[in-house]
Ligand binder design. Structure first.
Ligand code: DGY
Length: 322
């Protein structure tokens, strides 16, 4: 029988995709839900041609250097690529792919969900109910903030930023944006208003939603000064990457009333939260589940397979980033 290319996965993916992978490749993957630790990855035999981590698995330079000589491709499961040392991959001549598009809708839905939940204090009110402390509805007290009609500030107008802007129209929200590149088409088709500086956006928005990639330039983009530039009635939503925000400064801002609240799906030091964050009632905190639906996680896995199939057959993969 002709030998099949060898690939290594750090975690198991959706069953139909695992089945298809096993038909095309010699797959090394964990047998259960526990991901491969670094030592298990490094046990990989020479012969592995593709290494497939997820966006949740750090792939630093020393791991890249220690991968078997035979590895040619890092095919990552997830759109974010900040977990991979791309320079080290390029130096070793490795190709790198990710899985854009397929998780755009889910991530945008999560951002809108966080906005609504945080403005309307859903988590806090639900907790009161579940704790048996609800005495029935009242006309006042524990009121939230109306989201419909508020100005949304989108930081980073990529695929997900666009999808959030489209959804915001259903809430009659004027949308301002700040991004590396101006997008005149979106300004016309979605009625977006361009802000020349982040400070301008922070001063105008009632809700600031982060959708830019994490790079050296965007690390702590929302720092103490940026938080101080927001309205004291404004909310921050982050479904991008935790380290876009100085989380310790955010805790202070939330505690001191410098901003009204925050809805977060990502954290600076996952899975840990900055001290004090979990105790704050003006937050909605999700455990990095932006793309965590059955449909999307399966689509992400198929997308990795498409990239693997193309690259290992000598073709250019659709989602090559290096
Ligand atoms: C990604 O793809 O980068 C997300 O953070 C995980 O779904």
């Amino acid at each position: 029988m002709e030998s099949r290319p060898q690939i290594l996965l750090t975690r198991r993916w959706a069953k139909p995709v695992m089945k298809a992978l096993n038909e095309s490749y010699e797959v090394t993957a964990p047998t259960g839900d526990v991901p491969f630790a670094r030592t298990e990855i490094l046990k990989a035999q020479d012969g592995i041609e593709a290494f497939c981590p997820t966006a949740f698995d750090p792939v630093p330079a020393d791991l890249i250097a220690a991968l078997p000589e035979s590895v040619r491709l890092i095919a990552s499961f997830g759109v974010g690529i900040d977990h991979i040392d791309l320079d080290a991959a390029a130096r070793r001549g490795l190709a790198v792919t990710n899985t854009p598009d397929v998780l755009t809708d889910d991530t945008a839905d999560t951002a809108i969900g966080l906005m609504l939940a945080t403005c309307r204090r859903f988590w806090e009110r639900e907790k009161t109910l579940r704790d048996g402390l609800w005495a029935g509805p009242t006309p006042g007290g524990a009121l939230g903030t109306k989201m419909t009609g508020k100005t949304l500030g989108i930081v980073g107008l990529g695929r997900i930023g666009h999808a959030v802007a489209r959804r915001a129209r259903a809430f009659d929200m004027p949308v301002v944006y700040y991004s590396r590149r101006r997008d005149p088409d979106a300004e016309v088709s979605l009625g977006l208003v361009w802000c020349e500086t982040l400070a301008e956006l922070l001063g105008r928005a009632d809700i600031v939603s982060l959708h830019c990639p994490l790079t050296e330039a965007t690390h702590h983009l929302i720092d103490r000064a940026a938080l101080a530039a927001m309205k004291s009635t404004a909310f921050l939503v982050n479904t991008g990457r935790g380290a876009l925000v100085d989380e310790a400064a955010l805790v202070e801002a939330l505690r001191d009333g410098a901003i009204a609240g925050a809805g977060l799906d990502v954290y600076e030091f996952e899975p840990r939260l900055a001290p004090g964050l979990a105790e704050l009632e003006n937050t909605t905190l999700l455990p990095h589940i932006g793309s965590a639906t059955r449909e999307t996680r399966e689509a992400m896995a198929w997308r990795v397979k498409e990239n693997l199939d193309a690259y290992l057959a000598g073709q250019e993969p659709k989602d090559r980033v290096v």
